[in-house]
Design a protein. Structure first.
Length: 134
């Protein structure tokens, strides 16, 4: 990289939306910064310019979900789901290896369809149309 920073532009509507979320207590400054990749200094400038509450010195607390909090929650959920998928994939690979090793030990390929199925609770096995006792 040549040392130059890329300047990003946030529309006035976007900045006002973020300030409204902070003013209403829906989001915090740090949540807005993290969700949208904005510096805290920039957010505080926006607050100084657009915040009605800060100009009046008022603070209003409202518990509600905002777009910013939803973004953060969804990102956390995606991370959790990636972890679950990874665990499931490891389990699948483990079980496939277990089947392979069991097949090698018994001299059969358990992955192929063998045509063996248990009957409905009679204690016998049906193999290629022939019934055998267990």
């Amino acid at each position: 990289m040549n040392g130059k920073r890329i300047r990003r532009y946030f529309s006035e509507d976007f900045r006002k939306q973020c300030v409204r979320e902070i003013d209403r207590g829906i989001s915090t400054v740090s949540e807005v910064c993290k969700a949208h990749g904005v510096s805290a200094a920039a957010v505080y400038k926006w607050l100084g310019r657009y915040s009605v509450m800060r100009k009046k010195g008022l603070v209003q607390v409202v518990e509600a979900k905002s777009a910013t909090r939803k973004v953060l929650a969804l990102r956390q959920e995606v991370q959790e789901l990636h972890a679950i998928v990874g665990e499931k994939q490891l389990r699948i690979e483990f079980l496939e290896k277990l089947i392979e090793l069991a097949g090698e030990q018994h001299g059969i390929d358990l992955k192929k369809s063998t045509g063996v199925r248990l009957s409905s609770g009679s204690g016998t096995t049906v193999k290629h149309g022939k019934t055998t006792g267990r």
